[in-house]
Design a protein around this ligand. Sequence first.
Ligand code: ATP
Ligand code: GNG
Length: 267
Amino acid sequence: MASVAASRSLCSGAGKRLSVEGNIAVGKSTFVTLLRRAFPEWQVAPEPVSRWQKVQPEGPRQASRSPGVGNLLQMMYQEPSRWSYTFQTYSCLSRLKAQLEPDPVKPSKGQDLVRVFERSVYSDRYVFAKNLFEGGHLAKMEWVIYQDWHTFLLQAFEGQLDLHGFLYLRAPPEVCMERLRHRGRPEEREVQLRYLQQLHAQHEDWLVTKKTETHSEGLRDTPVLLLDVAKDFESDPSEQGKLLRQVKTFVESLSPEAFPSASAAAS
Ligand SMILES: Nc1ncnc2c1ncn2[C@@H]1O[C@H](COP(=O)(O)OP(=O)(O)OP(=O)(O)O)[C@@H](O)[C@H]1O
Ligand SMILES: Nc1nc(=O)c2ncn([C@H]3C[C@H](O)[C@@H](CO)O3)c2[nH]1
């Protein structure tokens, strides 16, 4: 990762930054692949799930055959009360690193640089960590400490973590459940419909009804494009076209300067 000072100068104010949000297995990675194909000049940062499945000690990049220290995703699903706090520290750290990465390319003249992240430091807190606390898997002590360092980091990196918009992929939890089963990721074998219903409600509270209390007004005011992905768009070019047109119009409507800082705390 670049130094704080270097990344501050490289990230500030350049282009438009979006995050794709949505329930587990709603189709974010699939949709992001579609975005890459439709807008090859956009920079896309996938969620680093493979790093969570094989946590490696810090240092020079380990050989890909090294076993790592364990599968944190699996540990979190198997023993949520033991591993959720650890998981949230690591998932948030990886999202922070991704959002602070300097822009990898310079946009050509007259072209807006668009960066798309799969989930964000915001969903880490306002969807997953919040839900784990409400479900009793994060102790009050852990939730209070998580929020303390989360808010501190947002303030420390003020401006650099701003997003100009959210693409919220929405489908009923039952549809996500079917897709999750169809995908068959081994760690998710025990995931129940109830968990997806809870996560659906957290997304709705945060991005639609705005019932979730957030650390800043800026985050609350960040525009949200709601995309209905209940239908199978994978093998339907007309459905794909419809979704992509909505994204294009939304991105064009965003002004890099128009929105107050999502990372500045309100206090
Ligand atoms: N619109 C769709 N219709 C039918 N199947 C879909 C659709 N979108 C994705 N899928 C399938 O659903 C499964 C989950 O999709 P994907 O991996 O893109 O979800 P995700 O939201 O990125 O998941 P996660 O939350 O775990 O990161 C995959 O098997 C994919 O092929
Ligand atoms: N607890 C928890 N907190 C997160 O911030 C988070 N982000 C993603 N996930 C889980 C969902 C998929 O199984 C898998 C891939 O998205 O990882 C998370 N789980």
